[in-house]
Design a protein. Structure first.
Length: 406
């Protein structure tokens, strides 16, 4: 499960490919989680437009349109641009630079054995995916993560292998390039940035650990670093390493952070997904939502109103699990198995709940849609912040790889 390792970077990073309007599956599976995380961690959320090109290079117009619609959907869902940094991958060229540099040290076999590689190629047979870009997809994703020294990567199950590859690449990089050359001087400089009182405390705790093996002092010093908001993540890494007498890890190994939300069912009982045509889009109007829910299939055993059914065999039941309380679920159980309620009656509380949920989202979407300049500015600001953060890592990476000319 999701546990934070001490000393782990507290920065969150996640991305989404722009492939059309978002639906309730994205909302319950991803966006609600982002909204929650943005209050607890420093968050970077981005639109993976290059990743979309790896599979959709033949229809670029879809990407362009989807990018802005997707930003609006994020904002409508409650992602707060004042708290989280929102940006577009292709506006931060450092991702591409790191991708190129990492490609030098990544064995081909690591990419070839990522499970999604062969699976996706087989699943998307109508596209020619025997491209260099597609093979490199997970490494580009690795660069997305490593360029921010992100520690936590909220993703779905299907992405865990990519985060795992990212860890291996980071480990290999750190192994090959290890300590930065002028490590001690840089670490000392970073201690200075902690502030007078904390710098003194840090030095004392470090000595206590290095000279007497005092583990409590080590833990206290780590906590001190974790709390500190004045120093960059690069300096933080340096000081974590310096505490134990080692070098600074240039790249940070991230952890996948699986979303706690239940999987959102689709209208046909399968997972909600655009490719199944079983979605409710965040911006479907109320009439459309009602119609979709009213006509969705139920337990096939209930041909007539008087036939009893079994919620376990009904695609409506998982919706009750997402939207209803115990009392309503109990009412469904009893009413369905005894034919005491009709299916439309059973669906009504869900229809009501979805409409209420979407109303707030759609109102916000409407406001942002009316002000495209605001949306553009939010992203422009986010891209700038992202470039600044990414550049800090690149400075270290270039130096480590012998490219730190000045
Ligand atoms: N591959 C991810 C997906 O399809 C999107 C993505 C790209 C991503 N880069 C990332 C997710 C970095 C997390 C971190 O969903
Ligand atoms: Fe499904 Fe509800 Fe109808 Fe039972 S009563 S079959 S749970 S819609």
């Amino acid at each position: 499960m999701n546990t934070v390792i001490p000393g782990q970077s507290q920065r969150v990073l996640s991305g989404m490919r722009p492939t059309g309007r978002l639906h309730l599956g994205h909302y319950h599976g991803v966006l609600k989680n982002w909204v929650h995380l943005q209050h607890e961690y420093e968050c970077f959320f981005f639109i993976a437009d290059w990743h979309a090109l790896t599979t959709h290079y033949e229809d670029p117009h879809v990407i362009e349109e989807s990018v802005w619609e997707m930003v609006v959907d994020w904002l409508a869902a409650g992602v707060d641009p004042n708290t989280a940094t929102l940006f577009i991958q292709s506006r931060v060229p450092q991702h591409a630079e790191l991708h190129t540099l990492l490609s030098m040290i990544t064995p081909l076999s690591w990419l070839e054995r990522v499970p999604s590689y062969k699976d996706q190629q087989a699943a998307l047979k109508d596209r020619d995916l025997s491209t260099y870009g597609f093979l490199g997809y997970p490494l580009l994703q690795g660069a997305d993560i490593l360029v921010y020294r992100a520690g936590l990567v909220p993703v779905g199950e299907d992405q865990v292998a990519h985060v795992e590859l990212t860890r291996e690449v980071a480990r290999r990089f750190n192994h090959l390039y290890g300590r930065e050359p002028d490590y001690e001087a840089r670490a000392e400089e970073a201690v200075g940035k902690l502030g007078k009182k904390n710098a003194k405390l840090y030095r004392n705790l470090r000595t206590a650990f290095l000279e007497k093996g005092d583990h409590e002092a080590l833990a206290t010093a780590r906590a001190l670093l974790e709390r500190n908001k004045n120093i960059t993540l690069g300096d933080k890494e340096r000081l974590f390493g310096y505490l134990e007498g080692g070098g600074k890890m240039i790249l940070t190994e991230p952890q996948a952070w699986l979303s706690p939300a239940p999987k959102m069912p689709g209208l046909d009982g399968r997972k909600m997904s655009k490719s199944y045509g079983n979605t409710i889009a965040l911006r479907d109007d109320p009439a459309k939502v009602q119609k979709k829910l009213k006509t969705m299939p139920t337990d096939p055993a209930r041909v007539r109103r008087s036939d009893p059914g079994d919620p376990k065999k009904c695609p409506v039941w998982p919706f009750h699990q997402v939207y209803s309380d115990d009392k309503t679920r109990d009412w469904v159980q009893k009413g369905c198995t005894s034919a005491g309620i009709g299916c439309l009656e059973c669906k009504q509380p869900i229809i009501d709940a979805v409409l209420v949920e979407l109303q707030e989202i759609q109102q916000r979407a409407e406001e942002y849609s009316r002000d495209p300049m605001l949306v553009r500015n939010i992203i422009a600001d986010g891209c700038k912040q992202a470039r600044d953060a990414a550049e800090q890592t690149l400075v270290d990476v270039r130096a480590a790889m012998g490219l730190g000319y000045s």
